[in-house]
Every structure is written in C-alpha cells, then in structure tokens.
Design a protein around this ligand. Structure first.
Ligand SMILES: C[S@@+](CC[C@H](N)C(=O)[O-])C[C@H]1O[C@@H](n2cnc3c(N)ncnc32)[C@H](O)[C@@H]1O
Length: 320
C-alpha cells in the first residue's frame, strides 16, 4: 500500500488470508484518513503497540512512530467480508452453492450441509436493528407459533420450481426456509440472509441451516452475482429497510429478468398496526398505491396485492 495513493484517494482494501486448507479469508475495505496532528499520531501509534500486545513499550512506540514523517493511516471500515473454511465440504453437485456467491469474494463458496456455517458480509451501521432483534431472537418462534401455514402458502404463491434458486431476505430465525427448500427441492438452492447474528444463531439452533445456507449479510449489499436467483422472499423486512427504493433495486439486481419477489407478513397491515398500538397512515410504505410506485421505481412490476387480517402478500416480477 503506497502512502502516495492513500493521500490521493483514501479508498483502501486489506486482505488477510490463511492459505492452509481449509483456507480462511478476511477482506476489509473502507476509507483511510491520514492524521497529522502530533498528539493524535503519538496516541494512535501507542495504541497500535498495545494492540500488538506490547503494552509495556506503548509509550516508547508512540514516541518513536508518532512523529512527523511517519505515515499513520486510520481506516474507517465500511465493509467486511470474512469467509471461513473456503474448501470445506465436498458437496454433492445438487447442493453446491452458487457461482453468484463469488461476486464479492471471487472465491467459490462450497459448503456441505453438514458444514454450513454462517458467511459474514456486513456494511453500514445497523446497531439499532441488531439490538432490537437480538433482544427478541430467543423468543421469536415461540411468540408466533401458528404462523407456519401462512409461510407455506406465501411460498407456494411465489411459484418456485424444483431446482430453483431463492433468497430469504431478512430470514431471521429461518421460518421460511423449510417451505422454500420444499419448493425448490434438493437440487435447488436456498439462501437466508440476515444482519442480526442472534437471529441466525436461533435459526441454527432450530436446525434450519439444514434447509439453506445462512449469510450474515446486509440485504442492501448482497454478496451475490447479478441475476443469479429466481426469486427473493422477504417476510417482515420492508419496514426495516432504510432506503427502500435502493434496497428493492438490490433485490432486482440479484434476480434474473422474469424472476419474482414476495413481500410477505403473516398478518395484514391493520392487524399488525393494532398489535403494535398504532394507526395506519396514508404514507404507509405497504399501502397498495405506495408499494406499486415503490416497486416500479426499483425494477419490479407488482402482479398481486393481498392485505387481509390473516396475511399480507405483495408479489412482483422483475422487469427485463
Ligand atoms: C421482523 S423480522 C422477520 C424475520 C423473518 N423473516 C420472519 O419472518 O420470521 C426482520 C428481520 O430482518 C432483519 N433485517 C432488518 N434489516 C436488515 C438488513 N438490512 N439486512 C439483513 N437483514 C435485515 C432483522 O435482523 C430481522 O431478523
């Protein structure tokens, strides 16, 4: 890494890999700042020593390295891609994970069902969402024990075929994974992406990682190749998306033309508002005219809309 380049353009990417099988990789990218204030230089140089477990020599390192002429790059990390056990799992062809997982990693992610771990791809700060769902993860399934059939019906309406490839976006504890797997069968591919580790941990504890591969990922920046999926299923997610147009566009990017999107909730808008003790306003993102406009701005054509007490389901087709 050249200091000259950092001065000109603060973008930086750092890769660390363990090249012994089963191979591990971490890629950090972000923006570097080059502080020049002597006090900050000295302070940070001393902290680097502490991080390197040389607390005893922190002052000495700070004094030696935190001086004009030395370059210190302070990187604000925007994205982390970490993959464990790249070569793990001699997978039968039918279960092989998609080429599309290579978009950010340029590495094949092939994990057998027995080995499925959680692949980590994060960007942005989602502390609030994570905090909210972490507190609810352990109780999530027992709180809504009767939702299973509604998920199964919604998945059936998505019209998946055997061998299809589908992402459960914001999969949480993975309540949709079993019906999605049943729809695409053993030759299909099911991915679940969520940014709250505790929700994914609950999915693993419930054995749902057997139904699909789990990604710790922000659905706003999916680690998937363009047009590699047949469909995206998103249950209870849309209200949590900070930039719905961009976020739904990201779904359109990873789905092939003609592929499908389901925005689902196991209860309708009115019932949900009542449960949460609020009123529905005309600005509600999921109101039919709002959703119609939102979807068409983000590369989707809404094909059906149901909002009844027992469920909310909007289906859309990816425009070519
Ligand atoms: C209401 S829960 C629904 C979970 C699951 N789909 C279900 O139906 O049980 C919303 C989930 O979306 C996840 N989530 C919110 N924003 C996300 C984002 N930007 N990327 C990935 N997951 C997100 C949360 O962590 C949470 O698990």
């Amino acid at each position: 890494m050249k200091g000259r380049n950092l001065t000109r353009d603060g973008r930086v990417a750092l890769t660390m890999d363990d090249d012994r099988p089963p191979l591990h990789l971490v890629l950090l990218s972000g923006r570097a700042r080059l502080p020049e204030d002597p006090a900050e230089l000295r302070h940070r140089a001393a902290r680097v020593a502490v991080r390197c477990r040389r607390e005893d020599r922190a002052e000495e390192f700070g004094a030696r390295n935190g001086v004009p002429g030395e370059l210190l790059a302070h990187v604000n990390v925007g994205e982390v891609v970490a993959i464990r056990d790249l070569t793990a799992g001699a997978v039968p062809r039918a279960d092989r994970q998609p080429r599309c997982a290579r978009r950010r990693t340029r590495t094949r992610k092939a994990q057998g069902r027995e080995n499925q771990g959680i692949m980590r791809v994060m960007s942005d700060d989602h502390a609030h969402v994570q905090e909210f769902f972490t507190a609810r993860a352990a109780e999530w399934d027992s709180k809504f024990p009767d939702d299973g059939p509604a998920y199964a019906t919604a998945v059936a309406d998505l019209g998946l075929r055997a061998g299809g490839r589908v992402l459960d976006a914001g999969c949480g504890t993975g309540r949709a994974l079993a019906p999605l797997r049943a729809a695409v069968g053993p030759t299909g591919m099911v991915l679940g992406a969520d940014l709250t580790p505790a929700m994914l941990a609950a999915a693993v504890a419930a054995g749902r990682d057997r139904e699909g591969a789990l990604l710790l990922a922000d659905v706003a920046a999916l680690p998937l190749r363009s047009e590699c999926l047949d469909a995206v299923f998103a249950a209870g997610l849309i209200a949590h998306l900070p930039r719905p147009v961009e976020n739904l566009r990201e779904f359109a990017r990873v789905v092939r033309p003609g592929g499908r999107l389901a925005l689902f909730h196991p209860i309708g808008r009115a019932a949900l508002a009542a449960r949460q003790g609020r009123q529905i306003t005309p600005e509600d993102l999921r109101a039919e005219p709002n959703l119609l406009a939102l979807l068409s701005r983000s590369g989707w054509r809404m094909t059906s809309y149901v909002d009844e007490d027992a469920r909310f389901l909007a289906l859309a087709v990816r425009e070519s």
